[in-house]
Each structure stands twice: as structure tokens, then as C-alpha cells.
Design a protein around this ligand. Structure first.
Ligand code: GLC
Ligand code: GLC
Length: 648
């Protein structure tokens, strides 16, 4: 029934479109609109069907899609067509990413172009540049409090510089990922300013309340995200004489997506950046998009409907562009951001594998892989044409978001285990070599998260201070071990700038009054190019990290079985210090064996022989280019090390 209605609505809309839109060469646009319109209509109707202005808003939405299509450049349209044809292109093992801050890695966008050879030397061909849009300098949340969605902050350059960078990246076969901060704006955004000045239209873009009654009801069930620096979820605005919802920092106003005008504005912004040449858009804090009283206001069904709508609309105008979901939520919830009730991804094609990230850190602290194995086994299955973004560190804190049941099955008490991990990584646990910093400590609940650079978290900082060569070796091994997992697991590996040369925490942020209270800045320091240069010094720490990672990246790219085609099998083994899985394609299999224990460990060949491994008593390690022989039906894996084994 709906389908018929949607067809006739589409005909009406096409009649209503302004003549200049109707007349242009829009063949592909109309085909895609026809193919996606039923979904767009149904979702839009489900969210906004009860409103009087439903039809008007729907026409505006379609107009937005058409205008952005008309604007889309020829090369981008060509790339759309190619990607529609080769629609699993991003599942290839060829892609290896890095996240970096433009101004901390280079000076600005033009400077960044000059740094691409370094990235290519390492093997990086997918760049996530942290947000660069205009933000108030003193209240930016690292770029996530946007004042103007259409303008690159002049300190990074101009929109033209970005277009040029995108073209340079394309010519080097590199991908560009940009952020779209969909959940909130800066309180200095023009919408917020107009809302403050009393304009009802813009107050309706946010959650604005005259008194505390409604905010208090929301607060009953909404957790706090930044409890220490920005407690609660509402902020009183004196000028407006109103309370406004601010889930993150008090200067970040949450957008109200129950208003279709907000959704249309955001789709317009998404397509604007798609048209500037972004291959991938990282949609920030998507779990928070829909607020509902009596709930945590995270992962609501409507948040998913909004993302589906955004995806369907993007399919019409810029189908070559992918979405990354940044939803750092419970394991059972994350996979839903690929889209539910579908075969192919219907929301975001890529999602942060926050579960695995947290599990890896648990393995580092406990020096065994018990919980890691359980957590990976219970990782929700993802859809076809969807992939994980696998990472060890990113610009944010580490939240220990694994499943409590798994924690219990691993033999730990959940609260106690989290407490231990937090103590371990902040160096408060006796003997811990980690030097992380607490983040978002909640004195009411005792919760906290962890900041810090990878190298400082795995003990490199302490090892350098004490000059202990064994500790140094152990920390370097851990850095490589963690990278070996994200590079072989299946999905897009995303390295964090600085990690490949072992950059440590920097406490410089403490001198900046606007950053002082946010320990995440400890791992967001300026890239140290002198340190990077030391990768060429024989035996230096930088060399011992950079070149092995470079090698792993190169091997990954050559190994077809590492493409993400749902071709991973976790293998149970008797030794819980080990993580063992296979990756298989038509050319053969790779057996990945990781040892998280700080001593050599044995794998019984019996655990893997039935899967076809070690049939002849030995296998070839792609990394060390040596044969690994079994002795008495066992192979030995050195402490904090790994193998990528094949038959050859
Ligand atoms: C995202 C960003 C984080 C930011 C938050 C609020 O989670 O990754 O850095 O603080 O959104 O915008
Ligand atoms: C919360 C949010 C996540 C954000 C982080 C910033 O964990 O869920 O989106 O990145 O806070 O600290």
C-alpha cells in the first residue's frame, strides 16, 4: 500500500520541483531517486508523518538532494558510478588508514599535502583528518563544537585547499575521511544565536525548555558523558532565559531531530562535504541522535531510522560515499549501526569496533586472552557489505565497553575488573608500567575512562625513564602485537598518528586553560617530526616500531585472505593466553596466532590441525619469513608476539 502511495507522492514532487531542477541532465539522479524513494518516503513518514508540514518538508528534502546532485562534479559522479558497480571495493585488504589532526601533523592543509610521502612510506592510503570546521577557539572540543558547517577554520586553510587536498589524495589512490558532527552544534552557531535572540524557529532546532520540569524528567534516566567537566545534560542560558539540552559539553547544544528541518539541514551538510571530495564521512556520536524521556536517550530506534534516511538520501546524490558510525556503545548495540533487518548495510557501512579495542586493552593488562576470546566470539555478526573499523587508539579516551556476561565468564567480577583495568592503565596498580590518565572520572558512580598515548599505556614511557632494556623490548612488542591484530582481523585498520613512532603522552595541554581539564589532549600532541626522522637511526626505538609496522601493512596488502569477506574463524585452544583465528580465501588460509603473555607460550597443533593447519609439521610465517616447526605436536610463540602462518 505504502509503495503505491510513495509512487504517487514522488510524481507529485517531481511536478512541484522548480523548473531549473527538472530540466537539467538528471538521468542517474532520477534512477536513484526512484530506487530509493519508497524507503525515503516510508522513513520520513514514520518520523514526521503526523505533522501538517509533512509534504512541504518532503519536497524540501528532495530539492536538497537534487541541488546537491546538480552541484556534484563530474569526476565525483564518475567515481559514484564505478563504486556502484564495484560495490564491495572498501572491503579489500588494500586499505590502511590513519587518523590525524591537520594542524598537529602538518601546519595546515597545504602543509599536509607535503607530508603525504611519509604516510605513503608507511603504507597509509586512507586518511581521517580530524574535524577542521570553524569552531570557537576557546570552546571547540577538538573540532566537535561547530560554529559554521560550511567553512574550514582559516587556521587550517580554505575550502579550496581542502578540495585540492582531496584531488591530490585521489591522484595518489588515497581515501579521504571527514567528520560530520551531526548530534550538536556550538552554542555560537548561527542557529543557536538566533535561538538565544528568541526566534522560535531556531529554538525548535534544539531542546529548549522554560523551566526545570522537563529537564529533570530527562535527567532521571540519562547518564552523564562528561561528569567532571560538564555535569548533567542541560545548561541554563541566561540570555534566552531557557534551559537547553547539552549532553556533552555545556557549549554543545543537542540538535532536535524530531524537527524535520534539522534533518534536512544535516543532509544538506553531509552532501556538501561529499561534494568537496570526501570518500567517507564519519558521523559523530550517532548513538545520541534521538532523545526519549524515560530512556538513556542512546541507541533509540529513531536514531537508526534517521541514519537510514541519511544513507538513503546519500545513495541518491552521492552513492559512492560511505559512512562511518562513531557509536561507542555496548557490543550488542554497535552492530545495529550497520542497519537492522537488512542484508546489506542500510545505515553506516563502517563502524568503530570499540568492543575489540576495549578487549585488547583488557588482554594487555591481564596478560591473557580469555576475555578477548569470549568477546570476539560474541561480537555480533555484521551485515554483508559492512565492515569494522579496527583500532587500538584514537583521539578519544578508552571506555571499557565490553559485555558484563563475558567478563563473568572470563572469571572476573565486572565492576572489579573495570576498576583493576582503570588502576592498571593509570599506573595506580602496583607494578603497572602504564602511564595513562584518568578521564571523565565520576565521583558519584566511581566510573572513569582512560586517556593516554599507546606507547605510554604499554609501558614505553617508563621503560625509557628507567632505561630497562627488557621493559623496552616488552613495550615495543606490545605495540606491534596490538597492530598485528587490527591489521589481520578483518576490516579497515585505523592507526593513530604518532603510534608508529612510539610518541608518548605530552602534558603540554595543562598549560592551556581551555584544554587543562580534558586529559584526552595528552595524546593529541603535535607530531614530532624529529622523532620520526630517528626511524632511520640503527636500533632506535622509532626504527624498531616503524619498520615492523610498515612491514605488517605491506604483508596485509599482499594477502588476499585479509580482505573482509566474512572469512574469519576464531579457533578455540587450550591455552587461554593465545588468540588464534584463521582468515581464508580461495587461495588459502592464514593462521593468526597472538600471545598476550609475557613469556613464551605453547599452542597444541591438535587445536588447529582439524582446520587444515600444520598438516606437515611446519608452516611459514609471513612476518619473519621463516618456517615454524612443531615440536612434540606443539609450537612455541615468543612472549608478546604473533605469527601470520601459511602453508607454502
Ligand atoms: C565524539 C568525538 C569526541 C567528542 C564527542 C562530542 O565522540 O569523538 O571527541 O568529544 O563526540 O562531540
Ligand atoms: C562517550 C561517547 C562517545 C564519545 C566519548 C568522548 O563515550 O559515547 O561518542 O566519543 O564519550 O569521550
Amino acid at each position: 500500500m505504502y509503495e503505491q502511495v510513495s509512487h504517487s507522492v514522488l510524481n507529485d514532487i517531481l511536478e512541484e520541483l522548480e523548473p531549473e531542477i527538472g530540466n537539467l541532465q538528471l538521468r542517474h539522479f532520477y534512477t536513484r531517486l526512484g530506487a530509493n524513494f519508497y524507503a525515503i518516503y516510508s522513513l520520513f513518514h514514520r518520523l514526521y508523518g503526523k505533522r501538517d508540514d509533512f509534504q512541504v518538508q518532503l519536497v524540501r528534502l528532495v530539492e536538497t538532494l537534487a541541488r546537491r546532485y546538480i552541484e556534484r562534479s563530474k569526476p565525483l559522479r564518475t567515481s559514484d558510478l564505478e563504486r556502484e558497480e564495484n560495490f564491495t571495493w572498501f572491503l579489500s585488504q588494500q586499505w590502511v588508514g590513519m587518523a590525524l589532526y591537520c594542524d598537529r601533523f602538518a601546519d595546515d592543509l597545504n602543509g599536509l599535502r607535503g607530508k603525504l610521502p611519509y604516510l605513503q612510506e608507511l603504507g597509509i592510503n586512507f586518511l581521517h583528518i580530524m574535524p577542521m570546521l570553524d569552531c570557537p577557539a576557546d570552546k571547540s572540543d577538538g573540532g566537535y563544537a561547530v560554529r559554521d558547517y560550511f567553512k574550514i577554520d582559516p587556521k587550517f586553510g580554505t575550502n579550496e585547499d581542502l578540495i585540492e587536498l582531496a584531488a591530490t589524495l585521489k591522484s595518489r589512490d588515497m581515501l579521504l575521511a571527514l567528520d560530520v558532527v551531526v548530534n550538536h552544534t556550538s552554542d555560537e552557531h548561527e542557529w543557536a544565536k538566533k535561538a538565544r535572540a528568541g526566534e522560535q524557529k531556531y529554538q525548535d532546532y534544539y531542546y529548549v525548555f522554560p523551566d526545570e520540569t522537563v529537564p529533570k524528567m530527562y535527567e532521571e534516566t540519562m547518564p552523564e558523558i562528561f561528569p567532571d567537566t560538564s555535569p548533567g545534560n542541560f545548561t541554563w542560558n541566561e540570555e534566552m532565559g531557557r534551559h537547553v539540552m547539552t549532553v556533552f559539553n555545556s557549549y554543545q547544544w543537542d540538535l532536535n531531530y524530531s524537527n524535520p528541518a534539522v534533518l534536512i539541514e544535516m543532509i544538506n551538510i553531509i552532501l556538501f562535504w561529499a561534494n568537496k571530495g570526501a570518500d567517507i564521512l564519519r558521523l559523530d556520536a550517532v548513538a545520541f541522535l534521538w532523545k526519549k524521556m524515560g530512556s538513556t536517550s542512546q541507541n533509540e530506534r529513531e536514531a537508526h531510522l534517521l541514519l537510514q534516511l541519511m544513507k538513503d538520501c546519500c545513495q541518491v546524490t552521492a552513492p559512492g560515499v560511505l559512512f562511518i558510525a562513531e557509536a561507542i556503545v555496548a557490543p550488542s548495540e554497535i552492530a545495529k549501526y550497520f542497519g537492522e533487518d537488512a542484508i546489506n548495510a542500510k545505515e553506516c557501512e563502517i563502524a568503530y569496533n570499540a568492543t575489540m579495542m576495549a578487549l585488547l586493552w583488557s588482554a594487555v593488562a591481564t596478560k591473557n586472552a580469555t576475555l578477548l576470546n569470549l568477546g570476539i566470539r560474541n561480537l555480533p555478526t555484521k551485515l554483508a557489505r559492512a565492515t569494522w573499523l579496527n583500532y587500538v587508539r584514537c583521539h578519544d579516551d578508552i571506555g571499557l565497553g565490553f559485555d558484563d556476561n563475558d567478563v563473568r565468564l572470563a572469571g572476573y567480577e565486572p565492576a572489579e575488573h573495570r576498576h583493576f583495568l582503570n588502576a592498571y592503565f593509570t599506573g595506580r596498580f602496583p607494578g603497572s608500567p602504564a602511564r595513562g590518565l584518568p578521564f571523565g572520572e565520576n565521583l558519584k558512580t566511581g566510573d572513569m575512562r582512560i586517556s593516554g598515548a599507546l606507547a605510554s599505556l604499554v609501558g614505553l614511557e617508563v621503560a625509557i625513564q628507567t632505561g630497562d632494556p627488557e621493559a623496552l623490548e616488552a613495550s615495543i612488542r606490545l605495540i606491534l602485537l596490538l597492530h598485528s591484530v587490527i591489521l589481520s582481523f578483518g576490516g579497515l585498520p585505523l592507526l593513530y598518528y604518532g603510534d608508529a613512532i612510539g610518541m608518548l603522552n605530552s602534558l603540554q595541554y595543562l598549560e592551556d586553560p581551555f584544554k587543562r581539564n580534558d586529559s584526552r589532549w595528552a595524546h593529541r600532541s603535535s607530531f614530532d617530526w624529529e622523532k620520526a626522522q630517528r626511524r632511520f637511526e640503527q636500533g632506535s626505538v622509532e626504527q624498531r616500531i616503524f619498520f615492523p609496522i610498515k612491514k605488517l601493512i605491506a604483508i596485509r596488502k599482499e594477502t588476499d585472505a585479509f580482505a573482509d569477506l566474512d572469512n574469519r574463524q576464531l579457533i578455540s585452544c587450550d591455552n587461554t593466553n593465545l588468540l588464534v583465528f584463521s582468515r581464508t580465501d580461495q587461495h588459502g588460509s592464514v593462521l593468526v596466532v597472538c600471545n598476550f603473555k609475557d613469556q613464551d607460550e605453547l599452542l597444541s597443533v591438535g587445536n588447529v590441525v582439524s582446520q587444515g593447519f600444520f598438516q606437515h609439521g611446519r608452516m611459514y610465517d609471513l612476518v619473519s619469513s621463516t618456517f615454524i616447526e612443531s615440536v612434540s605436536e606443539q609450537i612455541s610463540i615468543p612472549s608478546l608476539s604473533f605469527y601470520w602462518l601459511t602453508d607454502r
